[in-house]
Design a protein around this ligand. Structure first.
Ligand SMILES: Nc1ncnc2c1ncn2[C@@H]1O[C@H](COP(=O)(O)OP(=O)(O)O)[C@@H](O)[C@H]1O
Ligand SMILES: [Mg+2]
Length: 281
């Protein structure tokens, strides 16, 4: 690569394609994520968001195209990629029988870090979990669990974090807590790629929003840029700006339909609860 380091994006996705048998999920996906920014991949259920995150985190091979993370090719340099990222899935990977603190200590031990106790205490404080830290995770609220999950994924200070539907299933208060956590991360220089099907989440958090629909990115821009796609509606003397929802529905059509996905419930993401799908190698 001859690209100037300073301008190299933290994540670069070029022409990524992926099919599962006859189902073409990704048909040539392209986007860049600037270092230190929050990038939202917005798409309906079944659009292929998790598939793309799995490709970027080296868990799944693409059929075509290239992707780099911190300049490392996900297919050719998976070890380097894994050291640069953390992945928080849609369902919290927290162990219920352990306390919050024990969960963190466990991960720090697994990563062979020195002073796992001090690392755990630091993260508990950073995520306002100190008080809850000595209680079993099973007693944590949804928002606390998700924050603990994100805290666990930050052990080892990865510069890039993937959050796959970080607030799916959370109540409004817990969502706000997670949003604050994500903003805090980006404020400290971490690059965040999050997927969401919630328009308000993208609107609240993202520096840039890319809409994944029918296997490709149909729009990519800042919230202001996306809103400019539709002219403001004038009602008498009041100017009404289009909401992101107006823009989204105008772009994808108001059925919001995408690659089927009907045959599969969200539980399939959970891994443990249902038999894991096997990828043909
Ligand atoms: N391992 C797999 N085998 C077969 N089909 C899959 C597999 N993973 C995902 N799919 C299908 O690919 C499509 C996209 O899924 P996914 O990436 O999970 O979408 P999203 O995360 O946007 O909801 C869905 O139709 C889903 O059923
Ligand atoms: Mg998903």
């Amino acid at each position: 690569m001859t690209t100037d380091q300073a301008f190299e994006p933290a994540i670069r996705v070029q022409g990524i394609e992926k099919s599962f048998k006859d189902l073409q999920v990704l048909r040539g996906v392209d986007f860049d994520v600037r270092a230190g920014s929050i990038f939202a991949l917005l798409g309906s259920n079944g659009a292929g968001k998790t598939t793309l995150v799995r490709i970027l985190s080296t868990l799944l091979k693409a059929d075509a195209g290239t992707a780099t993370v911190l300049g490392f090719d996900v297919a050719a340099q998976p070890g380097d990629v894994r050291e640069s990222i953390s992945l928080t899935g849609q369902f919290a990977a927290v162990d219920d029988v352990l306390t919050g603190r024990e969960n963190l200590v466990l991960v720090a031990r697994l990563r062979h870090l020195k002073n796992p106790g001090a690392i755990a205490d630091g993260l508990l404080a950073r995520f306002s979990l100190t008080e809850a830290g000595n209680r079993k995770a099973s007693t944590h609220s949804g928002g606390m669990r998700r924050r603990l999950d994100i805290a666990m994924s930050l052990i080892g200070n990865p510069p890039i974090i993937f959050l796959d539907e970080p607030t799916a299933g959370l109540d409004p208060q817990a969502r706000i807590e997670v949003w604050q956590t994500v903003r805090q991360l980006a404020g400290q220089g971490t690059t965040v790629l999050l997927t969401t099907q919630y328009l308000d989440e993208a609107e609240q958090l993202a520096d840039r929003i890319a809409i994944l629909h029918k296997g490709t990115i149909i729009q990519n821009g800042t919230l202001t840029e996306l809103k400019q796609l539709l002219p403001p509606a004038k009602v008498e003397y009041v100017e009404k700006q289009p909401s992101l929802e107006d823009v989204f529905l105008a772009l994808v059509g108001d059925t919001g339909e995408t690659n089927d996905g009907a045959d599969r419930t969200d539980d399939a993401d959970r891994g443990g609860a249902v038999p894991a799908r096997k990828e043909p190698q």
